[in-house]
Design a binder for this molecule. Structure first.
Ligand code: PEP
Ligand code: MG
Length: 903
């Protein structure tokens, strides 16, 4: 990062706006936006992410930063009429992190900067409350000690617990000014011993150190882990917000809360949130003390409540979306501390998008940007069967939906360890904190006994799409003894529990699951128009209709049998993009293939092929019938033949044992020879695909005949078969030309035999780099291309697709070499650029060349956008991913008009 001379590193809240998230972070940009909307935001300023980047790269703040901060601090002091840390009337500020994308609780924040031995008295006098001033001071030393000076936070916690125990009280509000004064002394001692320095008394030094500490917190292990998980780029840096303090802990007429403009779990409009009287913001988010529902604020402080409702409406209309809000009330005066477009559950995303369309706030194209394929996939998960016999253990807050079953574990370490050995686990904690992140990732679901909808567990689980129930107060969680007790029932580590994140219910044992209503809808068993139709189903139905209306990409299915084809059709498939015929050669038919491989003479081989032909033909008849009127791409046999033969070791043992018994089995001996003959060191790069067709006479022509005869039979039956024949693993046009010539001859023969004018398209997969590089030549012999991005990824990277994900991808992901496996999301720069150039070259040769993709990437949301962009005609994916592909194809088409940032 080179510093630019005119670069400005500090922006007053009055200078920014919501579109400057890259520079000011989400929090800073939105504080500025609210300031400019005239909402009550405590004055302050934001240090840019650019300053953070300079710091992280050089280890030092940019040279101009301190002066710029000084200038903005002066202006703030003037506005507030007091100086930072001023002895008789101190200005106090908070120093908060705030990146472009929300990373809840992952980075540092320090409150009450400006307090010192001197100014604490001034604050006491100014607030007319000595206890409050000393409590604020002890909080500062505690937070500053822990985050800025790296002192173990437990030491402060322990001292606080001791102070309460000595006084025989249980809550910190029962400690008086004298107790807190003593505690401050003790805290300062802890700092001195642990950090080897005094707690800084100079307020500016406090502020500068806190700023650097926030910069550094961008790179803590937990922040890095969170970013990898959420796919947030590692080089964005965080902004730092310096905001004048307002206090929610000045007595019962003060408090702090979190609010949503609608329910983030269901999308319903209403008053949702939590309020905590006489507390500072961190107390709510940490879920330490139990909050009251926001609606109760109406009776506690009607004026502030009414004002808050008004502001929430303003914000929703302004942002045209669900907003979440942090606010503080200081002695009856409402202050807005934060707002952002709030995270929501998958179901709520769909409902809210359609509600906002109905309210006229957004249009259909924008509604498509408010949901995504990953959310739709989540909604297609099964849920608990409500008819099942269950043993209810207790109930908490439904914080993040889903049905999770697993073994109870009480710490993150065990969660990770057990899940690595293949166990499904439920992480049960009193409350979670950022250190639990890897345990939360490993768990199927998360259950806590404390904290509300906005507690750490709830916020993070929602972000991850993990099932979570929080604040289940009946649970007594004993992490030391690794057990929990609920109304007399004891659940030990390893016992099965079921957690329903949609209802908040927790069950003992394993509750059976049933399909989701969204799947029932796609299956056609539930109708969106029915009177009793689920609200979610209606919303999904409408959004899918928008997507289908605007998308350019067609969506086909990878399906090999009539059952899958029919499901795919119900899910909206517009054809089959890949029928892998090898699946038709397994089971009882494996022996026929064996005969083909073992054939010594032409007669033997022809006999084996003759036996296979009617079976293959019947497969295709069924498939063409299921997909009547829609294209069906049948791929000729692809995998190496040894896959149809017995395992070499097993067979060798069998033959050896038989020999020892002098019991010769002629067939086994021939088989073993064939297995040896066909054994390859790198079968994926060996005798497979088109190469098989070229060296095993009659194999491909048998398949072509089966396709042609099946199509003819369907036409005779007044059907409308649209078969396309696809040749796999082609590397050069010559291979394709030979197979094509043979295929055309067979088709001509069938035409003649049946008298039916068959039209069968012939094309190829593009799944080898050479094929992509010579796509212009290959297009001369192909009417269509289908990109086999599985093999293309394998061969472009030199990654064995069957081995690498299990062997070293975890290390690659941890080191950030890539954020996601290239077998999952298309590697745009490498594999993708070959796809792009092959598309161009292919179309240059044959302008009406039909182009599709049938590798796994065809159903991956991010990859679908790429395939839209490079101009493919269709994507093909497994039946269950078809709705996701339809939705993402619609979003890709709509994104150009709205340009919305969907994260
Ligand atoms: C591919 O390689 O992307 C493909 C679809 O073929 P297969 O996965 O069967 O090798
Ligand atoms: Mg392939």
């Amino acid at each position: 990062m080179s510093e630019n001379k005119d670069q400005k590193f500090v922006y007053d809240f009055t200078e920014g706006n919501k579109d400057l998230k890259d520079l000011l972070g989400g929090k800073g940009a939105n504080l500025a936006e609210m300031t400019n909307l005239g909402l009550p935001v405590p004055p302050g300023f934001t240090i840019t992410t650019e300053a953070c980047k300079v710091y992280l790269e050089s280890g030092d703040e940019p040279a101009e930063l301190r002066d710029e901060v000084s200038a903005h601090l002066d202006a703030l002091e003037q506005k507030m009429g007091k100086k930072l840390g001023q002895a008789d009337n101190p200005l106090l500020v908070s120093v908060r992190s705030g990146a472009k994308f929300s990373m809840p609780g992952m980075m540092d924040t320090v409150l009450n900067i400006g307090l010192s031995d001197e100014s604490v008295a001034g604050l006491a006098q100014q607030a007319g409350d000595e206890r409050f001033a000393w409590d604020s001071y002890r909080r500062l030393i505690q937070m500053f000690g822990k985050t800025v000076l790296g002192v173990d936070g437990e030491l402060f916690e322990d001292a606080l617990e001791e102070a309460k125990a000595a006084k025989k009280v249980t809550v910190d509000t029962d400690l008086d000014a004298a107790d807190l004064k003593k505690l401050v002394k003790q805290f300062k001692k802890i700092v001195k011993t642990e950090a080897g320095r005094d707690f800084p008394q100079d307020p500016r030094e406090q502020m500068d150190l806190a700023i650097c500490s926030v910069f550094e917190s961008w790179n803590t292990d937990r922040a890095k882990l969170y970013r990898r998980q959420e796919r947030i780029p590692g080089d964005l840096g965080t902004a730092v917000n310096i905001c004048s303090m307002v206090f929610g802990n000045l007595g019962p007429d003060s408090g702090t809360g979190v609010a949503f403009t609608r329910d983030p779990a269901s999308g319903h409009q209403g008053v949702y949130g939590d309020y905590l009287q006489n507390a500072q913001g961190e107390d709510v988010v940490a879920g330490i003390r139990n909050t009251v529902p926001l609606a109760d604020l109406e009776s506690i402080d009607k004026k502030s409540y009414d004002q808050l409702m008004q502001i929430m409406e303003t914000l929703e209309n302004h942002y045209k979306d669900l907003c979440d809000i942090e606010f503080t009330i200081e002695r009856g005066q409402l202050w807005m501390l934060q707002t952002r477009v709030g995270k929501r559950t998958a179901g709520a995303a769909f409902r809210i998008a359609t509600q906002l369309v109905d309210q006229g706030l957004i249009d259909e194209a924008e509604a498509l940007q408010r949901v995504n394929g990953a959310q739709l996939a989540q909604l297609m998960f099964p849920r608990f069967d409500d008819r099942a016999k269950t043993e209810l253990l207790g109930r908490g807050i439904a914080a993040s939906p889903g049905a999770a079953v697993g073994k109870a574990v009480f710490d993150s370490y065990t969660a990770v360890k057990w899940s690595r050995s293949g166990e499904k686990v439920i992480l049960i904690r009193r409350e979670t904190n950022p250190d639990d992140l890897d345990g939360m990732i490993a768990a199927e679901g998360i259950l806590t006994s404390r904290g509300g909808k906005t507690s750490h567990a709830a916020v993070v689980a929602r972000g991850m799409g993990k099932t979570c129930v929080c604040g289940a107060e009946e649970l007594e969680v004993d992490t030391k003894r690794r057990r929990m007790t609920v109304n007399g029932t004891v659940i030990e580590e390893g016992d099965l529990v079921s957690v329903d994140g949609s209802t908040g219910k927790v069950y003992k044992g394993e509750v059976p699951v049933v399909p989701s209503p969204v799947v029932e809808y796609f299956e056609g068993r539930m109708h969106a128009g029915a009177d009793d139709a689920d609200e979610l189903v209606q919303a999904v139905h409408r959004i899918m209709a928008y997507a289908d209306r605007v998308r350019r990409l067609r969506v086909r299915a990878n399906a090999d049998n009539a059952e899958d084809a029919l499901r795919a059709r119900r899910f909206g498939a517009q054809g089959i993009g890949l029928c892998r015929t090898e699946h038709m050669f397994l089971g009882e038919r494996r022996e026929m293939v064996e005969k083909l491989i073992l054939a010594d003479t032409d007669d033997e081989r022809e006999e084996a092929l003759r036996a296979l032909l009617p079976q293959q033909k019947q497969d295709f008849v069924e498939l063409f019938e299921a997909m009547d009127g829609l294209p069906v791409t049948v791929r000729l046999l692809d995998p190496p033949l040894h896959e149809f033969l017995p395992d070499i070791t097993e067979l060798s043992v069998r033959v050896a044992l038989a020999e020892a018994r002098k019991d010769h089995n002629e067939n086994d001996l021939r088989l073993l020879q064939a297995v040896h003959r066909l054994h390859e060191q790198n079968p994926m790069l060996g005798l497979r695909g088109v190469r098989l067709g070229l060296v095993i006479p009659g194999l491909f022509t048998m398949q072509v005949r089966a396709i042609a005869e099946a199509a003819a039979q369907r036409i005779e039956a007044k059907g409308d078969p649209r078969a396309e024949i696809m040749i796999p693993l082609v590397g050069t046009v010559q291979e394709l030309e030979i197979v094509r010539e043979e295929a055309e001859q067979v088709i001509a023969e069938v035409r003649q035999q049946t008298g039916i004018d068959l039209k069968l398209a012939l094309g190829t997969m593009i799944e080898l780099p050479r094929a992509a590089l010579t796509a212009g030549q290959i297009a001369e012999a192909a009417e269509f291309f289908s990109f086999g991005t599985n093999d293309l990824t394998q061969t472009v990277w030199g990654f064995s697709r069957d081995d690498v994900e299990a062997s070293f991808f975890t290390a690659y992901l941890e080191k950030g070499i890539f954020g996601v496996s290239p077998f999952e999301t298309i590697d745009k720069d490498g594999v993708g650029s070959l796809v792009r150039s092959a598309v161009e070259a292919g179309r240059a040769t044959r302008p009406d060349l039909k182009l599709g993709v049938c590798g796994e990437h065809g159903g991956d949301p991010e990859s679908v956008h790429f395939f839209h962009e490079v101009g493919l005609d269709y994507v093909s994916c497994s039946p269950f991913r078809i709705p996701v592909a339809r939705l993402e194809a619609g979003r890709a088409a709509a994104v150009r008009t709205t340009g919305s940032d969907s994260r």
